[in-house]
Design a binder for this molecule. Structure first.
Ligand SMILES: C[S@@+](CC[C@H](N)C(=O)[O-])C[C@H]1O[C@@H](n2cnc3c(N)ncnc32)[C@H](O)[C@@H]1O
Length: 303
C-alpha cells in the first residue's frame, strides 16, 4: 500500500485526524456534524463492513486502497499529530518488520516534550525509531533529526507520516545498528541521542526481533549506547529507557554503564521496579537467573 497516496486521498476527501487522548487511538471524521469514529478500522485493525464505510462517505476506490482490515493503526502523539504503526493488535507475522508504538514509547516522548529546551537548536539521533514517535516529538524544537531502524516497514511508515504532516527536518534511514553500514550513514557530531530500544528478555526459540534486547535484555540497548558514543560530539547526551535486570542482587545494566567510563551518568530514574513482571515470557527470567527487572529512564553525557 502506498501510504502517502492513501493519506493524501483521505485529506483530499475532507478527512482529518483528531486526537482523543495523548496515547490513545484516533478518530477519523469527515465533518464535525457527521462524526463517525473509525477506530475499528484505523485504530484496532478490526473488520468493518463496506456498507459502513460507504455510509461514512468513503469512496469505493478509497475502501479498496485501505484494505480490510487495515494493515496499520493510527494513534495520536501528545501534540495531536498522528503516528502510523502496526502495534495494535500485534501481528506475529510482522515480527521482523514491525512498526512499534507502545505505552513505554511515551515515557521517552514525554521526557523530550517536558524538556523541549534541551532539544532546542540541537541535532538529534533517534535510534530504533519505529513509528518515529521520538523523532516527531524532538523535531518540534530541534534543528534536524535522524531516525534509524532495522525495519524498512518502520522507516517507510515514519517517512509517510512526516510527509503527510508536512515535517521537513526529519530523515528516516533504514539500517541495522551494529552493522558497519549504519555507522557509515550518519556523522559523528550529533548533540543528542534518544531511544527506546528493544529490551525484552529472549527465551529459547521464541525470538521477537522487534522487542528482544539480546542477552539479559540489555545487549541491544548497550549496542545502541555504543553507537551513540561514536556519533555524538563530546558533551552530547543520550536519553533512553532500558531494563536493569537484577541478578544475584546486582543491577546489571547500571554495572555495565559504570564500565563504560566515557559516559557520565546524569540521571537514573526508576519508572517501574517490576517491569514486565506480569506478562508472559517470564520463563526467560528464570533461564537467566533474573529476579526482577527495573525499567529505568537514563540520561547520560558523553565525556
Ligand atoms: C521498542 S521499539 C521502539 C520504537 C520507537 N522508538 C518507540 O519508542 O515507539 C524498538 C525498535 O528498534 C528497532 N530495532 C531493533 N534492533 C535494531 C537495530 N539493531 N538497529 C536499528 N533498529 C533496531 C525495532 O525494529 C523497533 O522499531
Amino acid at each position: 500500500m502506498n501510504l502517502s497516496k492513501l493519506f493524501s486521498d483521505l485529506l483530499g476527501a475532507g478527512y482529518g485526524w483528531t486526537a482523543k487522548t495523548p496515547d490513545q487511538l484516533l478518530s477519523l471524521r469527515k465533518t464535525s456534524e457527521k462524526f463517525r469514529p473509525l477506530d475499528r478500522f484505523f485504530g484496532l485493525g478490526l473488520s468493518v463492513s463496506t456498507d459502513q464505510l460507504l455510509a461514512d462517505g468513503l469512496t469505493s476506490g478509497l475502501i479498496a486502497e485501505l484494505g480490510n482490515p487495515a494493515p496499520f493503526a493510527v494513534s495520536s502523539d501528545a501534540a495531536g499529530g498522528y503516528l502510523i504503526h502496526d502495534h495494535w493488535p500485534p501481528r506475529p507475522e510482522n515480527a521482523a518488520e514491525y512498526v512499534h508504538l507502545g505505552p513505554e514509547s511515551f515515557y521517552v516522548a514525554r521526557e523530550i516534550q517536558k524538556h523541549a529546551e534541551a532539544f532546542s537548536e540541537k541535532t538529534v539521533l533517534d535510534l530504533g525509531c519505529g513509528s518515529g514517535i521520538l523523532s516527531f516529538f524532538a523535531s518540534t524544537s530541534s534543528t534536524r533529526v535522524i531516525g534509524i531502524d532495522s525495519s524498512s516497514r518502520a522507516t517507510t511508515f515514519a517517512r509517510d507520516t512526516a510527509a503527510a504532516r508536512g515535517i521537513q527536518n526529519i530523515e528516516f534511514i533504514h539500517a541495522r545498528i551494529g552493522s558497519d553500514a549504519a555507522d557509515a550513514v550518519v556523522g559523528s557530531d550529533f548533540d543528542l541521542a534518544a531511544f527506546n530500544p528493544p529490551l525484552g528478555v529472549p527465551s529459547g526459540e521464541d525470538t521477537r526481533p522487534h522487542r528482544d534486547g539480546g542477552k539479559l535484555g540489555i545487549e541491544v540497548p548497550l549496542l545502541f549506547l555504543d553507537f551513540a558514543k561514536r556519533h555524538l560530539k563530546p558533551g552530547g547526551e543520550a536519553w533512553f529507557i532500558c531494563g536493569n535486570p537484577i541478578v544475584g542482587g546486582k543491577p546489571l545494566f547500571l554495572a555495565e554503564l559504570k564500565f563504560r567510563t566515557e559516559w557520565e551518568l546524569l540521571e537514573s530514574r526508576c519508572l517501574d521496579p517490576y517491569f514486565n513482571q506480569s506478562v508472559a515470557r517470564k520463563h526467560g527470567y528464570a533461564e537467566q537467573s533474573i529476579t526482577r527487572i527495573e525499567l529505568l529512564l537514563i540520561k547520560t553525557r558523553r565525556r
